[in-house]
Write a protein that binds this ligand. Structure first.
Ligand SMILES: Nc1ncnc2c1ncn2[C@@H]1O[C@H](COP(=O)(O)OP(=O)(O)O)[C@@H](O)[C@H]1O
Ligand SMILES: [Mg+2]
Length: 358
């Protein structure tokens, strides 16, 4: 249905790059999430694809057609913004029909397409409602229908940011269903990792206008290419240390790390951090335990003040003040933000990695 190709796109505001030499291809019917902290360039990138901002360099193609310098109404894209900005002087029907009228479609076709879009978002009888009479979630669905009706390659900029957690989860499931049913090529911007992990075929992790990693969710989680990605997605424990002769000098983690001598950042997920009661002088101390029902999270303080989180079974008993010895079942090693070593992943992780395209 649609193929999006972004090649070497940059955007300069004054002397600073909001987006820097960005390249990405989004395949037919694929949903890609742009994930990154505030200010990392997600909106600017989306606005350039939608035609609301002109790139300083690079090319944007949709279905092989160069659209880099076309205005929004001449692109086959529909955009949903963070604040949905419905027109309050129009009813729901006319809000959704607006883009079709701009394209001068016949009246009967407009009616049919608006009715289909309303059905898709579950608002069949709402056409004549004034938008101010709708709840936040309903307004967001109208905004969604307004872009869906153009049968576009769709661009969503944090569309659920203003909604409460429960509604957000429901709407993102709806978006995923609709997107898959219609095979709509979609770029979805979020700064929430849960949203990205739940929705995306692939995730693009952005930082300072550039790309840190592009990969499917389970790869991003299991094989982060940078320390930034490792820390941004999921919970991660970091330990600063030094490598000498292929061994980490940290007293609690004397691990083999086959890299040149120099500083290193060890990283390990809470589920890969094991803790055992210990009487050793340099043991760590349990600070607190939180019971989540399905598992417990134990906060552990090292002698130098570093705090680690270990995930343990709900029936394990670790109390504040207990001495424990931590160890990594699996870990990553980073230097200057780049992954330099990954210990043998667990069997199931290795399997997941093997089964997924990189
Ligand atoms: N119109 C603008 N003029 C100047 N700077 C801008 C403009 N829009 C965005 N920026 C800057 O570009 C950077 C990226 O912003 P943005 O794309 O909005 O990030 P995100 O959506 O990831 O939060 C930020 O530093 C922001 O201040
Ligand atoms: Mg933004």
């Amino acid at each position: 249905m649609a193929h999006l190709a972004i090649e070497g796109v940059s955007k300069l505001f004054g002397t600073t790059f909001a987006v820097r030499d960005f390249s990405l291809e989004v395949g037919d019917g694929e949903l890609v999430c742009l994930l990154g902290p505030s200010g990392s360039g997600k909106s600017t990138l989306l606005r350039m694809i939608g035609g609301f901002e002109r790139p300083s360099g690079g090319t944007i193609r949709i279905d092989a057609k160069d659209v880099t310098n076309l205005p929004p109404e001449r692109r086959p894209t529909g955009m949903v913004f963070q604040s949905h900005a419905l027109w309050t002087h129009m009813d729901v029907f006319n809000n959704i029909a607006f883009g079709l009228k701009l394209r001068r479609l016949p009246k009967a076709e407009i009616r049919e397409r608006v009715e289909n879009a309303l059905a898709l978002v579950g608002l069949v009888d709402y056409g004549r409602r004034i938008t101010t009479q709708l709840s936040g979630g309903q307004q967001q669905r109208v905004a969604l229908a307004r872009s869906l009706v153009l049968e576009p390659k769709i661009l969503l900029d944090e569309p659920f940011a203003s909604l409460d957690q429960h509604l957000r989860e429901r709407l993102r499931e709806e978006v995923r269903d609709i997107q898959q049913r219609l095979g709509i090529t979609t770029l979805f911007v979020t700064h929430g990792q849960d949203e990205a992990l739940a929705l995306a075929d692939r995730i693009v992790v952005m930082r300072d206008g550039g790309t840190e990693q592009i990969a499917p969710p389970s790869i991003i989680y299991r094989r982060p290419q940078t320390a930034f990605v490792a820390g941004f997605i999921g919970s991660m424990n970091f330990v600063q240390s030094h490598i000498r002769n292929g061994v980490c000098e940290h007293p609690l983690f004397p691990l083999a790390v086959p890299v040149d001598d120099g500083p290193v950042t060890l990283a390990s997920r809470p589920e890969a951090l094991a803790i055992h009661p210990s009487e050793r002088a340099n043991a760590a101390t349990v600070h607190r335990t939180v019971d989540f029902g399905t598992h417990k999270i134990v906060d552990v303080d090292l002698a130098d003040g570093t705090r680690l989180k270990a995930m343990v079974a709900p029936d394990e008993r670790f109390q504040a003040g207990m001495k424990v010895e931590p160890s990594f079942a699996s870990f990553f090693a980073f230097r200057d933000n780049a992954l330099v070593h990954q210990s043998m992943p667990s069997k199931s992780d290795a399997e997941a990695v093997r089964l997924l395209p990189v």
